[in-house]
Ligand binder design. Structure first.
Ligand SMILES: Cc1cc2nc3c(=O)[nH]c(=O)nc-3n(C[C@H](O)[C@H](O)[C@H](O)COP(=O)(O)OP(=O)(O)OC[C@H]3O[C@@H](n4cnc5c(N)ncnc54)[C@H](O)[C@@H]3O)c2cc1C
Length: 321
């Protein structure tokens, strides 16, 4: 049996993208086995039903103790569920939820765990995970010892979220295990992090600017180019450090992982901390006046030229379209 469990992540009544990304990969891996979305929530029936078209079944554990995530409570409930159902693989987001939940669950179950996976394939009867080490400088393949079940946490943005919504899963209410611990944390209030006018993690086309932009005043022409191309604006860390753009524009290990169809990098050298954030991008186009800049190794198309030659030329082309 090769059932795959996906632990559903939700916040403020919204299912988070990481859930859809994991479900999409789970279906690819399932090898005609079953994909099961595991939903822990409070009065969450209607929300859980939103997953009906994306999984073979939805297991709903509805209890007030799941109203706000608590790794200790969720871990105890999932432990019981894994003991009972014995899925082949359980996917959990590499998020603040998942980082709280997965290690304890691995200890409890004795299942091997690979964290922060950017790819997961099937190697006969075991998963084979790809993860980054040393801040993204090294990719390593992780194989697992034989075990009754396996656990992986998945990096947000590593997999596409779109899949055909052809399934019609039943939402099955599961008895919440007896003897769950009381939450170890108290929820006080939800504070939305600084919101951008655009979420670069969701953008299909990104124009991204690096230190090569030179001065803050030069940003205006990049913004104009992004507008003309219908793209969102992102950047490397030095641009944020200089306070030329707010943090929510930053791509990379200490910024966001992005997965646009097209990523146009202007004056970005391609440090590994930046490249780690664009591992999920489709086509990467780089403009850098240094032909040996590492960004060209990550790009499908490259222009070794001054961005201030290229931007006006592109604008001209767009005007004449
Ligand atoms: C713990 C840690 C976390 C980090 N996290 C991140 C992160 O999340 N994201 C991130 O981006 N960085 C991150 N960094 C920083 C990272 O190491 C690099 O310093 C940074 O990515 C470099 O940004 P850059 O490419 O814009 O600048 P530079 O490396 O200075 O490159 C500028 C490039 O622009 C080119 N250039 C200059 N002028 C022009 C021009 N007129 N036309 C064309 N090309 C031009 C140059 O040839 C050069 O290649 C992190 C570092 C650490 C230590």
């Amino acid at each position: 049996m090769s059932e795959i469990f996906v632990v559903v992540e939700h916040r403020q009544g919204v299912i988070r993208d990481i859930t859809f990304e994991m479900l999409c990969q789970a279906r690819k891996l399932s090898n005609s086995g079953r994909t099961t979305a595991v939903f822990l929530g409070s009065e969450a029936g209607p929300l859980a039903a939103q997953l009906s078209s994306r999984a073979d079944r939805v297991l709903l554990l509805d209890d007030p103790r799941f109203a706000h995530f608590d790794g200790r409570v969720a871990g105890a409930a999932l432990f019981q569920l894994l003991q009972e159902h014995r899925p082949w693989l359980t996917l959990i987001g590499q998020t603040s939820w998942g980082m709280d939940l997965a290690p304890g669950l691995a200890v409890k179950t004795g299942y091997p765990l690979a964290t922060d996976c950017v790819d997961i394939q099937r190697d006969n009867e075991r998963p084979l995970a790809l993860r980054q080490m040393y801040g993204g400088k090294v990719f390593c393949r992780v194989s697992f010892p034989e075990a009754p079940g396996y656990l992986c946490t998945v990096r947000p943005g590593a997999f596409p979220a779109e899949q055909e919504e052809t399934l019609q899963a039943e939402v099955v209410s599961v008895q919440v295990p007896a003897g769950l611990p009381e939450p170890g944390k108290q929820f006080l209030e939800f504070i939305e992090s600084e919101a951008g006018e655009v979420d670069i993690a969701q953008a299909e086309f990104l124009v991204s600017i690096g230190r090569g932009v030179g001065e803050e005043e030069n940003l205006a022409q990049v913004q104009e180019l992004a507008r003309a191309l219908g793209a969102a604006l992102s950047c490397s860390r030095p641009v944020v450090d200089k306070k030329w753009l707010p943090k929510y524009h930053q791509v990379g290990t200490s910024g966001k992982s992005v997965k646009p169809k097209v990523y146009l990098a202007l004056g970005i050298s391609g440090a590994f901390q930046h490249l780690a954030g664009i591992a999920g991008a489709g086509t990467v186009i780089a403009v850098n006046k240094d032909p040996r800049a590492p960004i060209f190794r990550a790009a499908q198309y490259g222009v070794a030229e001054d961005i201030f030659q290229i931007i006006p030329a592109l604008m001209e082309k767009l005007k004449n379209k």
